[in-house]
Design a protein around this ligand. Sequence first.
Ligand code: SF4
Length: 303
Amino acid sequence: MWQGDGMDLLHLLISAGKQHGRTGFVSNGYVFEKTDYAHEFIRGYVDECGQPLLMMFSVDFIHENYDAATDSIPFLDSLLSARAAYAAEKQVALSLISHWTNRPEINIPLHVFRNYEQQGVQCKIDDFMAWGSGSEIADLSCYVEVSSRDKTSLGPYADLLARQMVLQDKITGEEEFRELPNAELLRRLSVCGRAPNFLISWDRDYYYCIPHMGHDWLAVSEIGGLTPDSWESFHSARPVLGEIHKLSIFGVLEKYRAVIPERVLDEVYAMRESIRFAGCSICLRLHREGVLEEINQRAGDEL
Ligand code: SF4
């Protein structure tokens, strides 16, 4: 929680809400476990600012903010009671995102989210994305074998994913989900060139995407140096990125098969890939092998 010059996050939010009409922030919620503080915070915001506030929380095995003994999320209970006490249900929206792994015993159970949804909390479950320090526990991510159709390694996340894909018109139903080759499943889930992967600051530079953080070839500009020109020139020198965005990495593997050594092709189709990365591990492997740059050359010649 930000603090400075005798002010804290509450002052910042009140000021931002007054200036911009609505505001919000993301937190792990620890600070609201103290019910008194949760009440002070909500009352302070409601009294001082007439604008909507969105409070978003990450709740999962990493943040350890779910209490299995009481089957509840203590900070959320404090905020719900504060919101009700100041009749702020319409003004203050509560939203949480949780990340499931392939180990059901460490995921927060579904009924917990259903319970909070009934109390007006917006809940979303995504799969755990193993990047940054999370890459040390990558074996917990929901993954599939690229060359197979088997989806049992997704654990209970499979049902949620199938429902989500139906809602997004990516599949027609559970049967198609079960039968879909995993490479095709990942192709349909690719988020290349789109949020949340898109343009990330890391150390001194902006990188094209989260998976390529720290890879010089995918650095767009120095932090502070990003201009429309740097974006244009970055893209025009790397037509392969447009190809991956359009076709997914699997479409690129097919289209540029002739450029890729057979050993690398065999290796990438033998990989297992997390649902959240949806092909990014393959893209990283191609970059490490220098194949992405080869394809870039070919794509540049063709475009
Ligand atoms: S497919 Fe490659 S370029 Fe696209 S987001 Fe993933 S790692 Fe980045």
